[in-house]
Design a protein around this ligand. Sequence first.
Ligand code: IPM
Ligand code: MG
Length: 368
Amino acid sequence: MTNSSLLILPGDGIGPEVMAEVNRIIEWFGDRRGLVFDVSEDLVGGCAYDVHGVPLADATMARAQEVDAVLLGAVGGPKYDNLDFSVKPERGLLRLRKEMDLFANLRPAQCFDALADFSSLKRDVVAGLDIMIVRELTSGIYFGEPRGIFEEGNERVGINTQRYTESEIDRVARAAFELARKRGNKVCSMEKANVMESGILWREVVQKVHDADYPDVELSHMYADAGAMQLCRWPKQFDVIVTDNLFGDLLSDAAAMLTGSLGMLPSASLGAPMANGRPKALYEPVHGSAPDIAGQGKANPIACVLSFAMALRYSFDKGDEAARLEQAVEKVLADGVRTADLLGEEGATPVSTSQMGDAILAALDASL
Ligand code: IPM
Ligand code: MG
C-alpha cells in the first residue's frame, strides 16, 4: 500500500512558524499511530515570488493537483504590497483554489469552553457555539468578468462582476446540505436577493436543490447583512450557513471572532472527488500571515493544527484520529496553556508557538 501524500506550503509571515508545529504533529502520527504520509514542501505567496517571480510556480501547481491533500500556512506581507496585482501573493492562493476547483470552503466556528470569556461577546452567547460556514470559493465576484480598472471619459472606473451559474450554486448547496445531515440538520442560505439578481438566482437554486433532494434538512434564507447582524446577536441559532464567495469571506471572519481568536480557526476547501473517492482538498488556517508578529515565535499554531485535523477527517477518512487531535487541543486549552492572542489585557505569561506545539504533543502522548 502506498502512503498518502501531503503537499505542505508554509507560505509567508507566521505561516512557516505555525507549520513547523504541524510538521511535528504529522511526525507524531507517523511514529505513534502508523499514519505515514509522503510529505513534500514547496513555496507559495511572496516567498515563491522572491524565487520564481510568480506567487505559485507551475510545477507547484502540478504537484498540488497530484497529491491527496495540500496544507497551506498563510500568504502575503507588506513587502509585497506594491507588486503588480497579477503577481501578488494572494494570487497564488487564488490560483490553487481555482485550478483545483475547490468550490466548497468549510469554515467551522467552534467556541472552546476554555476560551468563552475571550470572545468580545458575552459568554452565554458564544459558549458551546458550533457552526459551519460553507463559502463558495471558485466563482462570484472574486473571479467574474469583466474586471479591471478602465478609463471612462476623464476618469477611471474600477469594475468587478458578481456572476454565478446555476450549477455553481447547485454544487455548493449540495455540499452544505450533506454536511448539515451529519450535524444539526439545518442550513441557512445567505445572499442579497433584495438588491442582486445573482442573489435571486442563488435563493431559487438553493431552494430547488433542497426541495428535490434534501427535504429532510431544515432550510431558511436570510439577507447577508441581516445574517451578519444575527451572527453577532445570537449565533447559536445557526448550524450550517451557505453563502457566496465575498459574503463568505466577510461572514467567516466575523464568525471567527465570536470564538475568541482568529488564531483558532481551521478551514477545508474541497472540490470534486478524485479517483480514490476522496475530494480534492486544501487545508489552511483562516487567519492570515500576521506580518506584525512574524518571526517572533508568538503566533498561535492551533488554527493550522486543527486544519491538519480536518485533513485527517475529510481527506484520509481518519475521523477518530482527527478527534484525538482536536481533543488534545481542547485539553491544552483547558489546562490554561495560552499563546499571546488568547490572553486578556492583564493575563499571565503567554507560551511561544513551539511551546504550544510541545503542549499539544504531550496531550497526544497522554491520549494513548
Ligand atoms: C481568506 C482570505 C483570502 C480571501 C485572501 C488572502 C485572498 O481573506 O481566505 O478569507 O479573500 O479569500
Ligand atoms: Mg478572508
